[in-house]
Design a protein around this ligand. Structure first.
Ligand code: C5P
Length: 291
């Protein structure tokens, strides 16, 4: 029954990785048009929500420090926007377990908002069409709709046009954050130069080798701007570049986290361990790409 005190729901908020991210134009309102392949990793934050007579957010976990649980938190905004749409009071005790570094280009905040929409839809026993859920998600941020979708996708527009990606081969990622948070608007504002062509894959890559080759033909157009703000990103890319077994290394989203792509789990784990040994203060994780 909705509102029952024993009622707890959980939702996983996976790390979101732009395997490539090309800027294809700029709108009059300043937002950039994107062409990107987004995938999700098997590591992430966790949302749990319990019935309550009020709306309250508790943040715990290794990256909880410094995060506000006030009205501006995307989790609270997601709860309010969903309740308003449904015409109900936003009543829930929500716990966010923050495992991913904050402002790190792997979509933590957007994934948390998407997981909140999923968890509260279930907790409040709402019936929403996918279209309504995606429209609410879009109001929370350009990246939130694809996180609601939660499957490998090409995105276009400013992030709101989602096209399911074809089946992708199994792959491993290592995520490397050199311990810095970076401002997404600042990175977008610092981008210069020509726009890229829209280039989603026309056909599914038959195997890992072709997959890596297709990705290597594309790029992350925010890299130069992000490195100008945070030169440590170049160090993270160099550490990945010299790791045996990687077939691609690139910045995630607007940075500062970077990723390496591996076919082999053991080589990915070994590369993660070696980079961690050389850089004990960096945040480094090996993760499987979720299909
Ligand atoms: O929508 P979101 O809050 O994630 O975007 C953060 C900022 O990144 C925006 O305010 C904008 O400056 C920039 N941005 C952009 N074009 C996009 C997405 C984000 O310029 N497609």
């Amino acid at each position: 029954m909705p509102g029952s005190p024993s009622n707890t729901v959980t939702a996983f908020a996976p790390a979101k990785i732009n395997l490539y991210l090309q800027i294809t134009g700029r709108r009059d309102d300043g937002y950039h048009r994107l062409d990107s392949l987004i995938v999700f990793a098997d590591i992430g934050d966790q949302i749990s929500a319990t019935s309550s007579d009020q709306l309250k957010l508790t943040i715990e976990g290794p990256f909880a420090k410094g995060l506000s649980s006030g009205d501006n938190n995307l989790v609270i905004r997601a709860a309010n926007i969903l309740a308003e749409f449904a015409g109900i009071e936003p009543r829930a005790n929500i716990t966010l377990t923050k495992n991913l570094p904050v402002a790190s280009g792997i979509g933590g905040g957007s994934a948390d908002a998407a997981a909140t929409l999923h968890a509260l839809t279930e907790l409040w026993q709402l019936t929403l069409s996918k279209q309504d859920l995606l429209a609410l998600a879009q109001k929370l941020g350009a990246d939130v709709p694809v996180c609601v979708h939660g499957k490998p996708s090409f995105i276009s527009g400013i992030g709101e046009i989602i096209t399911p990606a074809p089946d992708l081969p199994e792959a491993w990622l290592i995520l490397v954050n050199p311990g810095i948070a970076i401002s997404t608007p600042e990175v977008f504002a610092g981008r210069n130069g020509d726009f890229s062509k829209v280039s989603p894959f026309a056909t599914p890559p038959p195997a890992y080798t072709e997959f890596a080759a297709l990705l290597n033909e594309r790029r992350n157009d925010l890299t130069v701007s992000a490195i100008a703000i945070a030169p440590e990103i170049q160090e993270a890319l160099s550490a990945l570049d010299t790791s045996p077994g990687q077939n691609l290394c690139r910045m995630c989203g607007s940075g500062a986290t970077c990723f390496g792509l591996f076919e082999d789990e053991i080589m990915a784990q070994k590369a993660a361990d070696d980079i961690q040994t050389a850089h004990p203060t960096w945040w480094i994780r090996a993760a499987r790409l979720r299909s």
